[in-house]
Write a protein that binds this ligand. Structure first.
Ligand code: HEC
Length: 104
């Protein structure tokens, strides 16, 4: 096996371990910092804030919660207003970003 085939196999191996690519996480981070962090914080919301923490939560849970807020099948005046303008891509990116954060 020559060097580039080996490198390629290694890269594919790494990608299958971590299917969420860096670009997605970066896009999610931008949005989270600009919008969500005001209420939810990044790792933890401020101690006395009534906002659920999002870091390290399940990716699919975050995605479906955001889609439900956007479609108004889950009611919250604040979250319906915020999620209303998110695209499917935004939702995936933000969910990937928060799900990938370590809480400790
Ligand atoms: C103005 C404050 C505010 C902002 C900004 C905000 N949220 Fe929320 N969020 C809330 C509140 C309040 C709740 C609890 C609503 C409820 O009872 O369902 C909530 C709930 C959630 C939940 C459900 C958590 C759970 O435990 O079920 C998710 C997911 C969420 N927000 C994601 C986001 C994302 C992603 C953003 C940025 C795009 C964002 N929020 C921005 C106030 C906010």
């Amino acid at each position: 096996m020559n060097r580039s085939v080996l490198l390629c196999a290694l890269t594919l191996g790494l990608m299958s371990v971590n299917p969420v690519n860096a670009a997605v996480i970066f896009a999610g981070k931008e949005k989270a910092m600009a919008v969500c962090s005001h209420c939810h914080g990044i790792v933890t919301p401020s101690a006395d804030a009534p906002f659920p923490s999002l870091a390290g939560r399940d990716f699919n849970y975050l995605k479906s919660a955001l889609a439900q807020y956007r479609d108004k099948t889950r009611k919250s005046d604040l979250m319906n207003a915020i999620a209303g303008s998110l695209t499917d891509n935004d939702i995936s990116n933000i969910a990937a970003y928060y799900a990938g954060l370590k809480t400790k």
